[in-house]
Design a protein around this ligand. Structure first.
Ligand code: ZN
Length: 285
């Protein structure tokens, strides 16, 4: 395992250790022994494959940890990336661990969850909690995905990860709940991409997750009032959003900086002068 610079990030190749203990974790879960399941999971995610089979996996371990550190250096080379890296709570550790090729084939994405997750009885969900985090990541997913996951890790590290429902259309075509945390990570990711003059995407959720220009995305935000309310929510409660608004003044895409203009445009011709923030109770008259 290796630490990345002075950041609270440890890259840990533990693939074989993790896959070996997978069925033990599953057995403990089925038996309802959730505390032991979590203790084993914490041990697995903080143990290195260097300690097994006389370091037989040394070559792939070195390749993985070097590739992830190179990618973290790329994130650090982008001012938006550097800001997020620097703001992760230094009292915590972000553990970046590998995903197997089979897992990537089944689901080509990364995941972030708290190392010491809150147990949800009867559920395999591990997304609730705070402090140290685990990012399941493969370099093939790219630095934009790694940056996105680091935004989640930042929120968990400060005990702020708190998903609020935003409207999405699920795969059956019905209205469903998306997560404000994904909205934040996606907006930060777009600012990160814009800073590097790379392609932007409209929304985190399909079917609106395709490539788009800044103006097209701003139009999308204006057509989705809850996304606008989410911008306002984060501007009021999330230092990262506020700092991005004031720091990246020359970045083309920055809806936190441009929020005031967008809100004025949305409310043109209406009698209300301001939008509520996401999750706020309706105004009583
Ligand atoms: Zn995400």
């Amino acid at each position: 395992m290796r630490n990345f610079g002075t950041y609270p990030i440890t890259v840990n190749y533990n693939l074989h250790t993790r896959l070996r203990y997978q069925h033990n974790e599953d057995d403990l879960h089925r038996a309802g022994r959730y505390v032991e399941e979590k203790q084993l999971d914490i041990k697995v995610n903080t143990s290195s494959d260097a300690t097994i089979e006389n370091n037989l996996w040394n070559q792939e371990l070195t390749e993985y940890e070097q590739a992830v550190c190179n990618m973290l250096r790329k994130v650090e080379g982008n001012p938006v990336g550097r800001m997020v890296l620097g703001l992760i709570n230094k009292q915590t550790t972000v553990w970046i661990i590998p995903k197997s090729d089979a897992e990537l084939k089944a689901d080509f994405s990364a995941q972030t969850w708290p190392l010491n997750y809150d147990i949800q009885p009867g559920s395999v969900a591990r997304g609730v909690g705070s402090g140290d985090t685990v990012i399941l990541f493969d370099p093939k997913l790219g630095d934009d995905t790694l940056f996105h996951e680091l935004v989640h890790a930042y929120r968990y590290s400060h005990k702020k990860f708190n998903p609020i429902c935003i409207d999405i259309i699920n795969r059956y075509g019905n209205l469903d709940c998306g997560s404000s945390e994904e909205f934040l990570a996606h907006q930060m990711e777009n600012i990160y991409m814009s800073q590097a003059n790379r392609p932007l995407t409209t929304d985190y959720y399909p079917p609106d997750n395709g490539t788009a220009t800044k103006d097209e995305i701003y139009d999308f935000l204006l057509q989705h009032v809850d996304r606008m309310e989410a911008l306002k929510y984060f501007l009021r409660h999330e230092y990262l959003a506020m700092l991005a608004a004031h720091t990246f003044t020359n970045t083309a895409y920055n809806p936190f900086r441009d929020y005031g203009t967008l809100e004025a445009k949305l409310l043109q011709g209406f009698s209300i002068s301001t939008l509520p923030e996401l999750g706020a109770p309706p105004v009583q008259h």
